[in-house]
Design a protein around this ligand. Structure first.
Ligand SMILES: [Zn+2]
Length: 308
């Protein structure tokens, strides 16, 4: 692990990054071809945490009040309801944030966060599918996600994402009209980023901290970087893995998650997922993460916003 949160991305050949990003980002459904593993979790029906809890003997000192639950610490029964094996609980948010954003200069571009914690971060793009069952799923499982919303895709129902925001999930900027930004004129680039920033700030009460260009396109160009800085977001966030229907596409040749990886998924439904629902897709994503022994942490817990 190196000393820069985003240097793995920076070292990555820009042309290849754009190609990969274009191949995997936001371009409709696509099956990775991986076989679909059943969501049924082995032995996932009981609640061992509850049944194994010993009763406290009389006269024993009162335990200190417990800390607020860490992300992804939903109880075993909740996971069993979705036929999933619980993920390990995420460690506490680091006090010294590995990513520190600044008010001036180029905004950083990164696809992963420097950390030794065995965690990955889940990001969900666009906002086309607005499945109430997904709100129920995140309410049950307490898995944190970061939402990169496109104004024109969510504006028919901003409220859906307020329900996800109310669970502690943050809203970020994914343009106003999902344009391919490297081909857009400077004024168009600015409208795509700034107009979305304004609309999302009005709707969700807080300015999006992060920006993701559609398809990852233009992420490494100085022109787009300057527009993002001007419009307000403090960083451009790409990804290391992209969830398809049953499994992720990995940029790493060994097809393994690494600590701090950012995973891309989409708000998609049966039309784009060959009949699978948003919650089935997301359940399979969690199963693939669980198989590799990772927890899901909240991306914003690892990022220090610029000083006021
Ligand atoms: Zn997109």
């Amino acid at each position: 692990m190196n000393s820069y949160g985003w240097s793995r991305t920076t070292a990555y050949a820009v042309g290849a990054a754009v190609l990969l990003a274009t191949a995997t980002g936001c371009a409709g459904g696509g099956d990775s071809g991986a076989a679909s593993a059943a969501l049924t979790a082995p032995g996932g029906t009981a609640d061992p945490a509850r049944s194994a809890a010993p009763s406290r003997p009389q006269g024993a000192p009162t335990p200190p009040p417990s800390a607020p639950p860490a992300p992804a610490a939903g109880d075993a029964a909740a996971w069993a309801k979705w036929n999933l094996t619980p993920l390990p609980p995420a460690p506490p948010a680091p006090a010294d944030k590995p990513v520190k954003l600044r008010r001036t200069g180029p905004v950083p571009v990164f696809s992963e966060v420097r950390t030794d914690d065995k965690v990955v971060f889940l990001t969900i793009d666009d906002g086309a599918e607005k499945d109430p069952a997904f709100v129920e799923m995140l309410t049950d499982l307490k898995v944190p996600v970061s939402m990169f919303l496109t104004r024109d895709i969510v504006k028919d129902d901003y409220g859906y994402f307020k329900r996800l925001q109310a669970l502690g999930n943050h809203v970020h900027n994914h343009t106003s009209g999902h344009a391919q930004l490297s081909r857009a004129a400077p004024e168009k680039q600015k409208a795509e980023v700034c107009d979305a920033q304004d609309a999302l700030t009005r709707q969700y009460g807080t300015p999006p901290l992060l920006f993701r260009p559609p398809y990852g396109d233009g992420a490494h160009t100085p022109a787009l970087n300057a527009v993002v800085r001007q419009c307000g977001p403090g960083a451009i966030v790409l990804w290391r893995e992209s969830m398809q229907i049953h499994d992720m596409q990995y940029q790493a040749a060994d097809r393994k998650l690494r600590p701090g990886d950012i995973v891309l998924a989409h708000f998609r439904g049966p039309k784009d997922l060959k009949g699978e629902t948003m919650t089935q897709m997301f359940g399979e994503l969690l199963a693939r993460i669980q198989e590799q022994g990772f927890a899901v942490a909240r991306l914003e817990d690892y990022i220090e916003a610029p000083a006021a």
